[in-house]
Design a protein around this ligand. Sequence first.
Ligand SMILES: [Zn+2]
Length: 292
Amino acid sequence: MATSAYRGRFAPSPTGPLHLGSLCAALASFLDARAARGEWLLRIEDIDPPREQPGASERIVASLHAHALHWDGEIVFQSRRHAAYAEVVARLLAGGHAFHCNCSRKDLQADHGRHRAACPRSATSPPGASAVRLRACATRYCFDDLILGRVTLPSPAGDDDFVIRRRDGLYAYQLAVVVDDAWQGITHVVRGRDLLDSTPHQVFLHEMLGVPPPRFAHLPLLLNADGDKLSKQNHAPALYDAEASANLLFCLRALGQPVPPREQHDDCEALLRWAIAHWDRTRVPHVDLGVP
Ligand SMILES: [Zn+2]
């Protein structure tokens, strides 16, 4: 795929319908792309069938349409990208950057679940039913987040050989995200701060593949009354598409953005045009937000 000056994306997993928290992430990545006159793509990250909910992809697509969050080009479904992931895993194995591993969870218990260097069983086990791990190298990881500023993380990639293909044959989130961001020429990733800890893994993988990583912007999370992130796991209520403009206004406020005049409150297209013209990334709060 060709690259443009700015190419962003929204990449939900179909584990349930969108909720206000995921709408905030979709809206912020949409506004950031459109304000930069960039493209905005939609990728459905359906690589983990046991966690997925039947019909969730269709509901997500319908919700985005209802909120006038229109994407460019065709939707990419990760479930149709297995050949690309297999090719990259084979390349990493052939280059000695990855290895087959048959360690059980119990084997790794002593090191708090981390996998470092020694792999007691791999030499004797057939690679057929094994996981594939990326060989770590010790680094700290430092990057300039477009919202949070300079972020320094002890790179988990530095002391944990992380899984890129699971023992059950499913590809790991980290691998699929990086392969697809590289293939789609994504230049900017705007997403929730719950994924901040994944950034070092993903940058490390980009480096392994010889592709420059995108710029990252991590958004505050919406928290429920118990202080937990709004999420499908915490049974956050599904978006009510019939109140699309009210949902967008809620998210604009949560993102610290100005709100359009009242006459534009009922029309999602007009509301978004106004929001694109007034988008200001520097106003996005740095701290997570309670939902009233
Ligand atoms: Zn191992």
